[in-house]
Design a binder for this molecule. Sequence first.
Ligand SMILES: Cc1ncc(COP(=O)(O)O)c(C=O)c1O
Length: 455
Amino acid sequence: MDHEATTFPLDESDLPTHWVNLAPDLPEPPLPPLHPGTLQPAGPDDLAAIFPPGVIAQEVASDPLVEIPEEVREAYKLWRPTPLFRARRLERALDTPAHIYVKYEGVSPAGSHKPNSAVAQAYENARAGVRKLVTETGAGQWGSALAFACGLFGLECEVFMVGSSYDQKPYRRSMMETWGASVHRSPSSRTDSGRSQSSHPTGSLGIAISEAVEVAARADDANYALGSVLNHVCLHQTVIGQEAMTQLEMAGEAPDVVVGCVGGGSNFAGLAFPFVRLVLRGRARTRFLAAEPTACPTLTRGAYRYDFGDASGLTPLLPMYTLGHDFVPPPVHAGGLRYHGDAPLVCALVHSGLVEARAYGQNDAFAAALQFARTQGIIPAPEAAHAVRAAIDEALSAREAGEKRVILLGLSGHGHFDLSAYDAYLAGGLEDPEFSVEEMEAALARLPDAPAIAF
Ligand SMILES: Cc1ncc(COP(=O)(O)O)c(C=O)c1O
């Protein structure tokens, strides 16, 4: 293909047929989740109360490739394959020898990467005869994605939306309701978990997860669906990296560094894992960079411990970097990055040194997002803005070093429903809330007495 090309379009027939499961390639076998009651390793049976068999099989899969069901591939065709383009105007503005390639997930109906997993989860639940899915949403992206996916497969959808995002993004709620979902502000008075957290009115993803799990576990015909963190969600997202790999081959390039933002880790995993696998197999020497907010610095400042996935301790304990399950991060605009933990698979890679993590303040992230919008046109979601910051910094350091560096940037979504945050930034009124080490330490002291993770 022409080296001067800017876009690298794929055909429907290039849509991956399998998801990439990184677990069997990891140098150490992944640590098991622990049952929240017994603190013993949790097996597939422990997950059956809230997940369907197809999802559980994907969660514990041991094959390196997992076939994508035909119905899911058909649904993916509504927006996939997604674009990869070279950000030539941004490169020029930065006066950098770096090549910046952008894999853009904002073209999905919900506006982010989240439908890649929502569609797969809704399909497996419908196949298992489940009537309704209950979930949480931070920025509103996951809730929108699941509302859309439930509609495709005839399921009802109920969403607990983190209070601060519910207030900041009213049109995300409209979107979910348009697709037929019902939406509650969290913490709500509908659940024990919500009532017990009424002193935290801005809410948190941890609290909203507790509410959704509680509602799902109480009903026979409802299941829970999680939008990030777990192995099956990371697995579903690997269509991103596989497509990007084919598109970069069309460009005649391979990435020196892969950059993504991390909230729970799913878009980063989806973009990076197919490339990580090449590194683990000795076929590439790519670097991986995970960008997170300084207000919720899980990977850069959290403790590597077993912790609950939710605020009330209803979910299994996962081995991950954590700020403490009941730590409530300050209400930054990147609501999707306000999570106390991260995907165990991503954490294991950070712990082994294969993935580097960096934290950015929201003003720095928005400055980068504005530069991106004004050169490339696309207005990034506040979450994705953190990855844009990291990619721009890489391009600037390539300029300093005078080296051509190929940067692959995961742009996980657009910010069309986040314009109040852009308004605040443009008016100079965006705060960089302080992360409180004392609050994190207090939350870590409340962690259950689970086995330490061996170093
Ligand atoms: C656009 C966007 N990017 C990134 C994230 C972070 O989630 P994850 O780390 O699972 O990709 C979210 C979460 O809501 C999001 O909406």
